[in-house]
Design a protein around this ligand. Structure first.
Ligand SMILES: Cc1cc2nc3c(=O)[nH]c(=O)nc-3n(C[C@H](O)[C@H](O)[C@H](O)COP(=O)(O)O)c2cc1C
Length: 333
């Protein structure tokens, strides 16, 4: 029988499927349901740097336009205090019986970093750093931004005793270079990719509104390429896939590309925790049908280094595909 256990960031997981950080994983009842349904680990909802630093005053001082944001943040800070967060870690650890990964959403290496040690003390098995600063100032040097990210990682990995993974967006000119630097600064893994909340425009109200936060199927293809490329040379660094995974077959493809674990979020909101049972069952069925005994037997089997034609991941493939479509052929069939 196929063995779907995996070591991720030094933690022993009974399944490679992880419940991603979201409001869903802020609720103890849901965390227990996720564990009972077969989740390998839980990433708790992020605590925000702003919460930790209590930087509401900063936002208020920015401009009157920020008043609504400041009100929101005040309410948010009251609802999700740091104490509540460390309590959630303890409760989730006690009740779920599976590894619990805390999460901090941050953008600078300011005083909040001292708090990170509390996360480990509360019993979190690992820490996911969701680093995201939106560079709205065109005068800012991109290198400065990357250096700030790396300073955060270095400071945190020096502060905490638990393993650290960094959850990233894909806005990097040379992602491979940056992810390699994360490893050099003490991180044990990366989660690719974060899916940022985006604004939309309401034509009816003629104003900015939040876009639908849920992903759609096929978005997983985006991280599939990068995981296939990065896993070909970052052999000891653990890559976790996130975004657009709605079924076991997409997850299996991501493992074939080199992902150690696959994170689920939107599918849990839409279909509930029991979907994890299908993921685990279908993964085992796939492995049995192909004669794979462990995940290591096929992890990265179709990554950039292991396929006969690495150009399938490269620019030349765009030309080929476009040409095939213009001749009325569908290369995906
Ligand atoms: C409602 C909602 C809340 C989220 N909150 C967080 C969060 O607090 N921290 C975080 O790192 N990611 C957060 N995410 C991002 C998810 O963890 C995940 O990376 C993203 O939704 C892509 O995965 P999916 O396609 O399976 O939804 C959130 C996503 C949603 C939909």
């Amino acid at each position: 029988m196929a063995d779907i256990s995996v070591n991720y960031l030094g933690l022993d997981l009974k399944s490679p499927f992880i419940a991603a950080s979201s409001g869903y994983t802020a609720d103890l009842e849901k965390i227990v349901a996720l564990s009972r349904s077969g989740a390998g680990a839980i990433v708790l909802k992020s605590l925000f740097e702003e919460q930790i630093n209590n930087e509401i005053g900063f936002l208020e001082s920015c401009s009157d336009d920020y008043t609504e944001n400041a009100d929101f943040l005040k309410r948010y800070v009251t609802d999700y205090s740091i104490d509540k967060y460390t309590q959630l870690i303890k409760d989730a650890k006690r009740e779920s019986g599976i590894p619990v990964i805390a999460s901090i959403n941050c953008y600078s290496h300011s005083s909040w970093t001292d708090f990170a040690a509390e996360i480990g003390k509360a019993g979190a098995d690992a820490l996911e750093l969701n680093i995201y600063s939106l560079p709205v100032n065109p005068g800012k040097n991109p290198q400065e931004i990357e250096e700030e990210y790396l300073k955060i990682v270095k400071k945190i990995t020096e502060t905490v005793k638990i393993p650290v993974a960094v959850k990233l967006g894909d806005y990097f000119t040379n992602l491979g270079n940056f992810v390699s630097s994360l490893q050099g600064h003490g991180a044990q893994g990366a989660v690719l990719f974060n899916r940022f909340f985006t604004p939309d425009i309401s034509l009816k109200k003629m104003e900015i509104i939040p876009a639908n936060p849920f992903s759609s199927k096929n978005e997983y293809l985006h991280e599939l390429r990068w995981i296939a490329i990065l896993s070909s040379y970052l052999r000891k660094f653990h890559l976790s896939a996130s975004s657009g995974v709605y079924d076991a077959s997409s997850a299996i493809k991501l493992i074939l590309a080199g992902a150690r674990t696959v994170q689920l979020c939107s599918v849990l909101y839409k279909q509930g925790p029991f979907v994890l049972q299908d993921f685990n069952r279908e993964l085992k069925e796939f492995m049995d049908s192909k004669g794979f005994r462990t995940l290591a037997d096929f992890r990265g089997l179709l990554n950039y280094a292991n396929i006969a034609n690495p150009a399938s991941f490269e620019r030349v493939q765009f030309l080929r595909t476009a040409e095939q479509y213009s001749r009325g052929q569908n290369p995906a069939l």
